[in-house]
Write a protein that binds this ligand. Structure first.
Ligand SMILES: [Mg+2]
Length: 209
């Protein structure tokens, strides 16, 4: 068993290194293409990105029941988020994954495989895993309570650098139009993510005023 575990660890380390190199060499041009959208997010005072997982951050829907390896799940990461998130992080925006999936440990490991350690660790995950409850007065439908709870955690840790998150400084990115509608109705900024045209997200972010 120990030998198997060590072997798995080596495979994971190799996969991690490949991912890091891919990130640096393959996605550098994409990093340039996110510069303007990120600048616009700063202009419209967004300091908190709440990103859906299934069909948004990744290009498949796990239904919260992913049975293959985490390394395979990480292969489904969309390139656009491999460049957008590090750039947003660099500009002092904070990020949370807001999902109805309960497989939050899988998501945590996908983040660890996909991003440098400091960025992966800074991302908060709110999923339906029974590890948190939102007791505030805000709307609890859709992703609203996930976002509110993540924002509470961020603001309770001033060393993370963002202490003033409000609905108007939050942007939800989600492929489910129902979550977008609830978010907008509740006064939280939101853009619908088209799973078939991932790069349109950058245009939509540029349109935010
Ligand atoms: Mg989704």
């Amino acid at each position: 068993m120990v030998i198997v575990a060590k072997y798995d660890m080596n495979i994971l380390l190799i996969q991690h290194t490949i991912h890091q190199l891919t990130y640096i060499f393959l996605f550098f041009p994409l990093s340039v293409s996110v510069l303007h959208p990120i600048a616009n997010l700063q202009i419209v005072n967004i300091n908190f990105l709440a990103i859906d997982f299934d069909q948004t951050m990744i290009d498949t829907h796990t239904g919260g029941r992913w049975k293959d390896s985490v390394a395979e799940l990480a292969q489904h990461m969309r390139p656009i988020f491999l460049s957008l998130i590090p750039m947003a992080h660099q500009r002092n925006m904070r990020i949370a994954i807001c999902t109805f999936s309960g497989q939050t440990q899988h998501i945590r490991e996908v983040l660890e495989i996909s991003y440098p350690k400091n960025i992966a660790e800074s991302i908060i995950i709110r999923g339906n895993d029974n590890t948190w409850t939102y007791v505030g007065n805000g709307m609890k439908m859709g992703k609203q309570e996930h976002m509110a709870s993540a924002a509470e955690e961020l603001m309770s840790k001033p060393k993370l650098g963002v202490t003033d998150i409000t609905k108007s400084t939050t942007l939800l990115i989600d492929d489910d139009p129902r979550n977008i509608k609830k978010s907008l109705k509740d006064g939280t900024r939101a853009v619908w993510f088209n799973p078939k045209e991932a790069d349109r997200l950058l245009d939509d972010i540029l349109l935010l005023k």
